[in-house]
Design a protein around this ligand. Structure first.
Ligand SMILES: NC(=O)C1=CN([C@@H]2O[C@H](COP(=O)(O)OP(=O)(O)OC[C@H]3O[C@@H](n4cnc5c(N)ncnc54)[C@H](O)[C@@H]3O)[C@@H](O)[C@H]2O)C=CC1
Ligand SMILES: O=C(O)CCC(=O)C(=O)O
Length: 480
């Protein structure tokens, strides 16, 4: 879908399952699926890459894709009916919205940040959340390099003037970046990538992080934020939104920065107090700034960025040497495609195989694939409250069967167990499902099965019947 399209959505009909190589499938491994893949509904918002749509529709799911985020009312209406939702940074999945999502199994954040989702509320409902931890890091780092040069040469202002027909050839207060000092706050995927790029352009790099990190190149870690602010000509923020990073840069921090220095924020809008930044720019203590993220951002392209949205917007627009961009740090074709593939793959592996490796709010577990030699097999997936005695109860149920392999782990209040069981018939499946899902600690019980031709009749059709018998609980039975 082209960037900038609004009010458009796409319904993609299920397609035959595409064969794809994955760590689960070897020549003797069987592909697993929920019993009725074609009933799985996926809602993708905010212009998620076609690569993701192709992967998910290729799994046989029903995919509905929108180019923008939805109003809360429409979101609540739609989320009630879907098993999976894919979002970027704008859609807020609060506990109130999630409370309506009775069928939801999994959330895909097609971005790095996951602060827009109430991760704990999701986990309590047995909904796992995946993101893309690094696929847009390079894009953000490159944007920041561009901004450092633009700010240093006042290129944003010269560009605006030329567009107004004004010739204004200036060298006063314009500088090379070679030999200048870059101060990076948050030396994770983006900060460290930026560090390498900046050094290759002749900059000296210092960074501040709450954990000790091995510096790349000849960058140096400093032990306090204030030390970094005092040293740097350019200060750039690459921290997640947390309680500690909210309002991290205010009056006190800006006054610690060198006179004539620059501030860049492409992290989250809550990290920099914009009134403090305004003061810094208006007093010319700061020589410029670049901002990509804002406390409140428009829901879709074409909407206004004005005082109604953020009370200081019109004051900000008057500032000199201030680059404002509409949260495009990760918006490149390369990044969006990579994110689309990465997150869509995590989603179908979770839906089909129960694999939670990479989940940001859920115990991370996986099992090796069910092999051809394991006849009439099912995989039992059991998300439950992390309370004593649950596994004893469940293993008593499984003890009557041939458990080929089993894995379980916990994260905070949530635990998750995965078990492959072979030699099961219809009655077994029904009994296993009924007894496990009625355990007191049950949050969500699911069963997936191989549907290869060899066992299609025995498992596939039984599965289909079971879906009819116990649907919609089959995919969404949760304790409330
Ligand atoms: N503008 C945009 O389009 C994009 C913005 N982002 C934002 O950038 C953030 C950073 O991304 P990554 O580098 O991939 O994250 P990351 O998780 O790899 O690195 C974050 C670093 O910040 C550090 N940190 C956390 N709290 C801190 C604190 N109070 N003080 C100092 N350091 C602290 C962490 O220890 C970590 O090293 C994301 O969380 C996201 O909010 C990410 C991608 C695109
Ligand atoms: O591209 C987006 O919509 C969000 C990028 C971002 O902020 C992130 O990846 O955390």
């Amino acid at each position: 879908m082209a960037q900038g399209q609004v009010n458009q959505y796409q319904l993609v009909s299920p397609q035959p399952n595409l064969k794809r190589s994955s760590s689960f499938t070897s020549t003797h491994a069987k592909a697993l699926k929920p019993f009725a893949s074609g009933d799985i509904k996926i809602l993708l918002l905010e212009n998620i890459s076609q690569a993701a749509i192709d992967i998910l529709s290729g799994e046989g799911y029903q995919v509905e894709a929108h180019s923008k985020s939805l109003s809360d009312d429409v979101l609540i209406e739609k989320i009630r009916d879907v098993h999976c939702i894919g979002i970027r940074s704008k859609t807020k999945l609060t506990s109130k919205v999630l409370a309506e999502a009775k069928k939801l199994l999994v959330i895909g954040c097609f971005c790095i940040g996951t602060n827009q989702v109430d991760l704990e509320a999701a986990a309590r409902q047995g909904i796992s959340v995946f993101n893309s931890p690094f696929s847009n890091s390079r894009s953000v780092a490159e944007l920041v390099i561009g901004e450092i040069i633009f700010l240093s040469r006042q290129l944003g202002d010269r560009n605006i003037e030329m567009h107004q027909g004004i010739w204004n050839k200036v060298s006063a207060n314009c500088y090379e970046i070679r030999g200048k000092t870059l101060g990076i706050i948050g030396y994770g995927h983006i900060g460290s990538q930026l560090s390498v790029l900046a050094e290759s352009m002749g900059m000296t790099v210092y960074f501040y992080d709450i954990i000790q990190i091995m510096p790349l190149g000849i960058a140096k870690q400093v032990s306090t934020l204030h030390e970094l602010l005092e040293r740097a000509d350019f200060v750039t923020l690459h921290v997640p939104e947390t309680e500690d990073t909210k309002n991290m840069i205010g009056d006190a921090e800006i006054s610690k920065m060198k006179k004539g220095s620059y501030l860049i924020n492409a992290s989250r809008g809550t990290v920099v107090q914009i009134p403090a930044l305004l003061k810094g720019l208006q007093s010319e203590h700061l020589r410029g700034a670049a901002i990509d993220v804002y406390p409140r951002e428009p829901r879709s392209n074409g909407q206004n960025f004005n005082d109604e949205l953020n009370s200081w917007a019109s004051e900000l627009l008057k500032c000199k040497n201030l680059i404002l961009s509409p949260h495009i740090g990760g918006s490149t074709e390369e990044a969006q495609r990579m994110i689309g593939i990465e997150v869509a793959t995590a989603l179908f592996k979770y839906i089909n195989y129960g694999t939670s490796i990479g989940a940001v709010n859920f115990p991370e577990i996986d099992l090796r694939a069910i092999q051809d030699t394991e006849k009439n097999s099912i995989r039992v997936l059991f998300a439950h409250q992390n309370v004593p005695g649950v596994l004893k109860e469940i293993n008593q149920i499984l003890a009557d069967h041939n458990v080929e392999k089993q894995h379980s782990d916990s994260r905070g209040e949530i635990a998750y167990m995965m078990a492959d069981i072979s030699d099961v018939n219809e009655d077994d499946i029904r009994k296993i499902y009924d007894t496990i899902s009625s355990a007191k600690a049950n949050i969500l019980t699911r069963i997936t099965a191989s549907q290869s031709p060899a066992d299609k009749i025995k498992i596939g059709e039984i599965g289909f019947e079971l879906v009819k018998l116990i649907s919609p609980a089959f995919l969404s039975l949760r304790c409330t």
